[in-house]
Design a protein around this ligand. Structure first.
Ligand SMILES: *Cc1c(COP(=O)(O)O)cnc(C)c1O
Length: 389
């Protein structure tokens, strides 16, 4: 028992049995070089200072931890919101794009590419690329480009070229496939992946840059309440805002961790994005993790009202946290999310991203009249959703 556990820990790029790097040799070489550069700079004082300074003066960190009194009264539990919606560009995505663009710069990249679902990652990448003066291409599925039109226009204003893909389901999975293809073919391109998914080293790199959320959250709740929360709740698409929020609490056994995935219309394969609840283990987009598949183990299209949660895969660290039973994952339907989107808007004057509304909905389900201390990671703002919901 003990020996296998130790062996697992030592296997680079794995979280328990999940993760790894299932890609052609040419791509593996590029990814291993990226990991080398990441290891070289992640603890480098100059790099860290540059990252920290941009987070403070450009992104607007630390993001506030806000006590939502009205929502708390309504719920019968004390609820704090970690305000990632107040970051520059409106979500947590910018933490990762600023971190990775600093790596890209050190690698001498002449072009940045990215995939995007909700458009938030595309906007955050286009923003970071504009800041550094590097050319940028963003791949987006046609379905997503239509439901997130405002973000497509923002990317274009920021100087990025937006490339729409009509293959497959024309959502995030297809945008990732297209970006990976372009990355393999073009040598001086940096692929700025937007979530804690894909082949090693991306899950590790994205977690590192997003862990600033959990670091601040811990410090803030201790300052305000003098104790750790009973629970943290985040929404989960690929898993980056959730792993960022959880990062400094995984070893705190008294803090319960919850994540809300997009159930879609109903929990029926083809109509849902509830990968952690309904997914099966397998290799998908470069990593061994859970994935929504049909009876022949072929990846299935996902569905969710929230473009940012509409993905049939999941980051490998979450697959492992589920197996270890350290994080509890729950599906939230479109309808429940919309109800919470309205509730938070009316009660607190905060319009959440429909993605983040899933976390609010899960909180209302789990903590009604529980008198608990709960922190919701409010991953983004909902301006992008107003014309549609
Ligand atoms: C992209 C996005 C998500 C989902 O992505 P994760 O990697 O799971 O965090 C959630 N909320 C918002 C606002 C997003 O833009």
């Amino acid at each position: 028992m003990q020996t296998t556990a130790i062996k697992k820990e030592q296997k680079t790029g794995y979280f328990g049995d999940f993760g790894g790097q299932f890609v052609p040799p040419h791509l593996a070489e590029k990814l291993n070089n990226l990991y080398k550069v990441f290891l070289e700079y992640k603890d480098d004082p100059t790099f860290k200072e540059e990252f920290k300074s941009l987070l403070q003066t450009y992104v607007g960190r630390p993001s506030p931890l806000y006590k939502a009194e009205n929502l708390s009264k309504e719920l019968g539990s004390t609820v704090y919101l970690k305000r990632e919606d107040l970051n520059h560009t409106g979500s947590h995505k910018i933490n990762n794009t600023i971190g990775q663009i600093l790596l890209a710069k050190r690698m001498g990249a002449t072009e940045i590419i990215a995939e995007t679902g909700a458009g938030q990652h595309g906007v955050a990448t286009a923003t970071a690329a504009a800041l550094m003066g590097i050319k940028c291409k963003v791949f987006i599925g046609k379905v997503d480009s239509e439901r997130q039109k405002m973000n497509v226009e923002r990317m274009e204003v920021l100087g990025a070229e937006v490339i729409t893909t009509i293959t497959g389901n024309a959502t995030l999975k297809d945008a990732v496939d297209m970006a990976l293809g372009y990355y393999v073919e073009n040598p001086n391109v940096y692929y700025l992946l937007g979530s804690a998914v894909g082949p090693h080293p991306y899950p590790t790199i994205v977690r590192y840059f997003q862990s600033v959320i959990g670091e601040e959250m811990k410090k803030q709740i201790l300052e305000i309440e003098g104790k750790l929360p009973d629970a943290i709740v985040a929404c989960i698409g690929g898993g980056s805002n959730a792993i960022g929020a959880f990062s400094h609490f995984i070893d705190e056994k008294n803090v319960e961790l919850y994540a809300a995935e997009g159930a879609g219309e109903s929990m029926e394969l083809g109509k849902t994005a509830a990968t952690l609840t309904l997914g099966k283990p397998g290799v998908f987009q470069g990593a061994f993790s859970l994935c929504l598949v049909d009876e022949n183990d072929k990846p299935l299209p996902s569905a969710s009202i929230a473009a940012g949660l509409d993905y049939p895969g999941i980051g490998p660290e979450h697959a492992n946290l589920k197996e270890m039973k350290r994080v509890a994952y729950y599906p939230i339907t479109d309808e429940e999310a919309v109800e919470s989107y309205r509730l938070l808007s009316k009660k607190e004057g905060i319009i959440p991203a429909i993605e983040s509304a899933h976390a609010v909905a899960l909180t209302t389900k789990l903590f009604k009249n529980k008198n608990a201390l709960v922190v919701i990671n409010l991953s983004g703002r909902g301006d992008k959703d107003v014309s549609r919901l």
